[in-house]
Design a protein around this ligand. Structure first.
Ligand SMILES: Cc1cc2nc3c(=O)[nH]c(=O)nc-3n(C[C@H](O)[C@H](O)[C@H](O)COP(=O)(O)O)c2cc1C
Length: 275
């Protein structure tokens, strides 16, 4: 078994590196082959939005390091990925990579990732400034089809200081082993949504909705404890069937609609030409 560790922090020996590496040490102890990479060592250009991957089934025309990273994902059996919190969200490089992942999602190779276990590592520096990082890393993993085994959200500020936090280090090492030995997932202990594990919910009339997984539920307060009863928790947006429906019904028909309106759109856009 091979476990890949990806750090999405630019800071060498920073907290993300340390936590990801501690998971890898745990995995190694449990018998796995491990590899550590830093996303910032790869050139990752922005998605151009050409949609050739989605509508024409063509490979991405951008020549950079993204395909090397995807090859590493496909060649490993499990993933540990860490991203630091920057201004209430994940460091931008994670989103840059996610935006470029459509060709992988459309490929046979990408399907190999479905159901593979992953651990998410989320360092943040200041109390109550965790922001949306955990949600963003859940989106990354679910969009690629991974199963979230655990998310470690840890407060740490200076580079590498997390190494002194015994509790977090222990959980990292345990999670590394968990990936290899197939032990019970921690996921479900944290957050409210049973799929993405986040506590973010939108209020929609008398219901609530997980905006990440698109499942609806009702808030229940019993004995002073709040919980949410989701109506159809297995029918979330990330199931292979719903993802396929998203492409078939949400995306592909937009081509025909656009082509019908193309001339009209071009005429209406003419007034912006000289700005
Ligand atoms: C540009 C920048 C923005 C940051 N914004 C936040 C923030 O919004 N909330 C927070 O809790 N920590 C924030 N931090 C602190 C980092 O999340 C924290 O130091 C983390 O441990 C860094 O991980 P690293 O050592 O792997 O780089 C920020 C750090 C930087 C460099």
């Amino acid at each position: 078994m091979k476990v890949l560790g990806i750090s999405c922090s630019f800071r060498k020996w920073g907290n993300t590196d340390v936590m990801v590496k501690e998971c890898l040490l745990g995995a190694k102890e449990a018998g796995a082959e491990v590899e550590f990479i830093r996303l910032t060592d790869y050139e990752i250009k922005p998605c151009m939005g050409c949609m050739r991957c989605a509508f024409k089934g063509q490979p991405c025309p951008i020549d950079d390091g993204v395909s090397q990273v995807f090859d590493k994902l496909v060649e490993s059996d499990a993933l540990v990925i860490g991203v630091p919190t920057y201004i209430l969200g994940a460091a931008g490089i994670l989103k840059m990579l996610l935006d470029r992942s459509m060709p992988l999602m459309f490929s046979e190779k990408g399907r190999l990732l479905h159901g593979r276990p992953a651990v998410a590592i989320i360092p943040y520096g200041v109390a109550d400034w965790e922001g949306l990082t955990a949600a963003q890393i859940s989106i990354f993993l679910l969009a690629l089809g991974y199963r979230i085994v655990d998310r470690i959200i840890a407060r740490c500020q200076g580079p590498g200081e997390i190494v002194l936090n015994e509790e977090v280090m222990k959980r990292c090492a345990e999670d590394g082993k968990r990936l290899v030995l197939g032990l019970t997932d921690y996921a479900g202990e944290q957050g409210i949504c049973p799929v993405c594990q986040n506590s973010l919910l939108e209020v929609k009339g008398l219901k609530v909705r997980c905006p990440i997984c698109n499942i609806y539920g009702h808030i229940i307060i019993e004995n002073g404890k709040l919980s949410v009863k989701f109506e159809d928790p297995h029918n979330h947006r990330w199931t292979p069937e719903n993802m396929e429906r998203h492409f078939e019904e949400g995306m592909y028909p937009s081509v025909e609609r656009y082509l019908k309106l193309k001339d009209k759109i071009k005429k209406s856009l003419a007034k912006y030409k000289n700005l």
